[in-house]
Write a protein that binds this ligand. Structure first.
Ligand SMILES: Nc1ncnc2c1ncn2[C@@H]1O[C@H](COP(=O)(O)OP(=O)(O)OP(=O)(O)O)[C@@H](O)[C@H]1O
Ligand SMILES: [Mg+2]
Length: 228
């Protein structure tokens, strides 16, 4: 059983305004959150959070008997409105079976499915995970959503399911590069993900570049996967 948040002001990290935190708590409860937990690796005052970035703070909560992630825009964020924008892209991505399921949102927060598991960059993945993520990237390409942070391996959780997270930098594009970014990270860039990929696949870099060119001309993911 997880401990509950001890200080509601933690919701307003890093300013800790009681007034703002109380309003936020009320809105979360109205949307259906019934518990907010002190859980995760990130210390927030006397509490814990799942994660934090420059624009948001992320808590574990409970919503209709489900574990959920509550992503809250930080009051000191320099990119005001990023949560609202992220929610729009996440709703769209969900239509294609991509991203954590979004349950509710407003301008300050998103309530979404909690995805357990390590990040791609931690290296706990195998060949079929790579194929699965490639197909998800292709779904995003076909929907014209460019995630824009696929490279780096910090925005894909590889748990029971592989799930692409954090759509705050997403935008619409006629030339989306999700598959290109993912494949380049896996096979061409000098990074930790590629170190693991080298253990799983035998490949020639020039050939991967040829496959990418071909993919750009037809967006055919199955033919790309067949040839890796
Ligand atoms: N739906 C989710 N389920 C489980 N954990 C999540 C979920 N969303 C985010 N996290 C955790 O919280 C961390 C931060 O999430 P996210 O990348 O969305 O935040 P951010 O504020 O945009 O961060 P950054 O500034 O680094 O981009 C993730 O690395 C992950 O560990
Ligand atoms: Mg982010």
């Amino acid at each position: 059983m997880n401990a509950l948040l001890t200080d509601i002001k933690s919701l307003d990290y890093p300013i800790y305004s009681l007034k703002r935190a109380s309003l936020l708590e009320e809105s979360l409860f109205i949307k259906g959150i019934d518990k907010i937990y002190s859980y995760g690796k990130t210390e927030v005052g006397s509490d814990k959070a799942i994660g934090k970035g420059v624009t948001s703070i992320i808590f574990l909560g409970s919503y209709k008997n489900k574990k959920v992630t509550i992503k809250i825009e930080r009051p000191d964020s320099k990119r005001k409105g990023s949560i609202k924008k992220e929610a729009l892209y996440l709703i769209e991505a969900n239509k294609y079976g991509v991203g954590p399921k979004i349950y509710a949102n407003d301008e300050r927060f998103i309530i979404m499915e909690y995805i357990g598991g390590p990040l791609l960059i931690d290296g706990n993945f195998d060949n079929k995970d790579i194929y699965d993520i490639l197909r998800q990237c292709n779904s995003l390409d076909l929907s014209r959503i460019d995630h824009r942070q696929i490279q780096g391996g910090k925005h894909i959780i590889c748990g029971k399911r592989n799930v692409i997270i954090d759509f705050e930098k997403a935008h619409y594009s006629n030339t989306p590069k999700n598959v290109t970014s993912f494949l380049s990270m896996c096979f061409l860039s000098d990074c930790l993900v590629r170190e693991r990929v080298k253990e799983l696949f035998t490949f020639d870099e020039e050939y991967i570049k040829t496959l990418l060119k071909e993919y750009k001309s037809n967006y055919n993911i199955e033919s790309l996967i067949d040839n890796i």
